[in-house]
Ligand binder design. Structure first.
Ligand code: ADP
Ligand code: MG
Length: 141
């Protein structure tokens, strides 16, 4: 299915709606160019899980863990990953197959190690439809 949003607030609200429903153990992947709205969506998802602290892109740490919501939230941003070994060093399997919700920005960079089942969220722009327009595809893989 796909959803169209016209503002960051709408993308946040979509993330929040999904965050309210998502079950622990779910892995969500986020695909899309820089500045397309992956972190905005992640912030909404975190809000839906009941997290009130600020969620930013964990670009320099790869993984940020939030324990405040109704289940743990594991927020990955693998944009700067050089080698899959770095994921091993983090112990990614504990999170991908853990009891929290995993969200991975730039997940296409670590395709080889994604679990068998995950929900892929692809965000794209269409300048003809306006600067703030985003098309968001949600697919179960
Ligand atoms: P990414 O994490 O994909 O690099 P960010 O979420 O950090 O991107 O930034 C998205 C930027 O796009 C923000 O500045 C946000 O305000 C802007 N924006 C404009 N329209 C939208 C929209 N419909 N959905 C999400 N973000 C939007
Ligand atoms: Mg980001």
């Amino acid at each position: 299915m796909f959803v169209e949003t016209m503002s960051p607030e709408e993308t946040f609200a979509l993330g929040k709606k999904i965050g309210e429903k998502v079950s622990p153990g779910t892995v969500l992947t986020l695909i899309g160019d820089l500045g397309v709205g992956k972190t905005v969506f992640s912030q909404g998802l975190a809000a839906g899980l009941g997290i009130t602290e600020t969620v930013n892109s964990p670009t320099f740490t790869i993984l940020q863990i939030y324990d405040e919501g109704r289940c743990p939230f594991y927020h990955f941003d693998v944009y700067r990953i050089g080698d899959l070994c770095e994921m091993d060093e983090i112990g990614y399997e504990d999170y991908f197959y853990g009891d929290g919700v995993c969200l991975i920005e730039w997940a296409d960079l670590i395709r080889e190690i994604l679990p068998e089942k995950y929900t892929q969220i692809t965000i794209s722009k269409d300048m003809e439809k306006g600067f703030d327009y985003r098309k968001i595809h949600i697919t179960d893989c």
